[in-house]
Design a protein around this ligand. Sequence first.
Ligand SMILES: O=C(O)CCC(=O)C(=O)O
Ligand SMILES: [Fe+2]
Length: 286
Amino acid sequence: MTVELERLVDLDRYPIDRPDDPTYRRVVDAARQGLRSVGCAVIQSLVRPEAVVSLNDEIVANKGTTHFSTQSMNPYFHTEVNADFPERHPVNTFSERSSGFIPGDSWLADGPTNSLFRSPLLARFIADCLEEDELHCYADPLAGLTANILDPGHVFAWHFDTNDFAVTVLVQESDEGGLFEYSPGIRSAEDENFDGIQAVLDGGRDGVTTLQLRPGDLQIFRGRHSLHRVTRVPSGSRPRHAAIFAYTREPGVIGRVTRTRQLFGRVLQEHLDAEVARVRSDALID
Ligand SMILES: O=C(O)CCC(=O)C(=O)O
Ligand SMILES: [Fe+2]
């Protein structure tokens, strides 16, 4: 028995089960506005406070399965110098990513986190916000449903996502730091904008926004074109926990072997098989 949606989501405030309700339209219109203008929408307190506690309990229970890793990476998740590019260039600018991911195969099939992620009503609502006909849960068995764990001292470097959209629920905020920052639409499928990216990597704040997120907020984010990071959680702070729900336009999309190993420390047979016949949606360097 999965957890019922009404126990997880405040359906009076957010009637995602009733798309004809005027409130539904208002919420979707506001989200579309945010996504069109800055590639980001926050649905505040979508998750009920009691459910936030359940989600956090589940994260704490699964925390032992977290794959923590520290690496120095460029915004494209590469860790090696590329001699085809100059030294001072985003491809050759590396910074620290130190966080951990609870992998997709850790969650109970019918626990609160999976129940929310796999709710067809939530997927339709998110598709509506993104002006997509339909969205599918990212089929990657490890990266589809994850939690990003930033323990004290951790930081998540500036990067672009390789999946089209990400949906995040902040479950536990850190006492300090752990802030989500982004530079909306800094690149596009046609323009890598390496100069603009380099400026942000060098500490420039032009075009950079810090998001005010509270536990229970649902964030819909187009991370393919918007450079983003999570700032360092200082030592002595509570850890930052965020559940990450990944969706794709096409069904059956699986992540790359190298990237999967980087984030989870292992791959499954599905990843090896998918490497042969992979679905790609654009020609960006990664
Ligand atoms: O933890 C977050 O809020 C987002 C982290 C992130 O950008 C990612 O996992 O790609
Ligand atoms: Fe990201």
